[in-house]
Design a protein around this ligand. Structure first.
Ligand SMILES: Nc1ncnc2c1ncn2[C@@H]1O[C@H](COP(=O)(O)OP(=O)(O)OP(=O)(O)O)[C@@H](O)[C@H]1O
Ligand SMILES: [Mg+2]
Length: 174
């Protein structure tokens, strides 16, 4: 697990671009965080780095947008999605997610157990004003290849303790 704060949407996009450089076909980036926490800005930053220069907006009503980058990009937004009765949709999405593209899934927590185990979890949370707390996790084998792409951040133990203690962001030195 990796964690850091971003200040303003540009920093969130820049972080996403770093992560995107390490993405591989069939990766699923699960974006979890409340309204306005930056899930779409994160996706946008990643899309730019993947070579897609067009508009990136939450596909809130259509559920998925498909973009062309160096890989096909599937951008999901499950805010309005109801799991009951949607199994046909889900089967189709799983086929897309397992294919040669990369997927970004806003509100991925709504997938429940249908979220692929290999997913890269990106948790975003409001931390006051334009500050966001960003936590990235992935299964160990995937993490080993992804971690080198991320900037220095807090690693597991320290973060867990800090969050458990409800500690505020550390002050910048100097
Ligand atoms: N550090 C930050 N990172 C990302 N966005 C930020 C940050 N600070 C401020 N913002 C603002 O917060 C908003 C984030 O919007 P965004 O659409 O990315 O959120 P979202 O999580 O996708 O919301 P929704 O759940 O409605 O889809 C934007 O207006 C952006 O300018
Ligand atoms: Mg969004």
């Amino acid at each position: 697990m990796w964690a850091a704060w971003t200040q303003g949407e540009e920093e969130t996009r820049a972080l996403a671009a770093r992560l995107a450089a390490g993405l591989e076909p069939a990766d699923v980036v699960a974006l979890i965080g409340e309204l306005g926490s930056g899930k779409t800005r994160f996706t946008e930053g990643a899309c730019r780095a993947l070579g897609y220069a067009g508009r990136v907006r939450s596909p809130t009503f259509v559920l998925v947008h498909v973009y062309r980058g160096r890989l096909p990009i599937y951008h999901f937004d499950l805010y309005r999605w109801e799991l009951p009765g949607a199994s046909a949709e889900l089967a189709e999405w799983e086929e897309w997610m397992d294919g040669g593209g990369v997927s970004f899934v806003e509100w991925a927590d709504r997938l429940g157990t249908a979220l692929p185990e290999r997913a890269i979890l990106v948790r975003l949370a409001h931390a006051g004003g334009e500050r966001r707390r960003v936590v990235v996790e992935a299964p160990p084998d995937r993490w080993a290849r992804l971690r080198p792409h991320l900037p220095p951040g807090e690693e597991a133990g320290e973060t867990a303790t800090r969050e458990a203690a409800g500690a505020p962001p550390p002050r910048e030195e100097g």
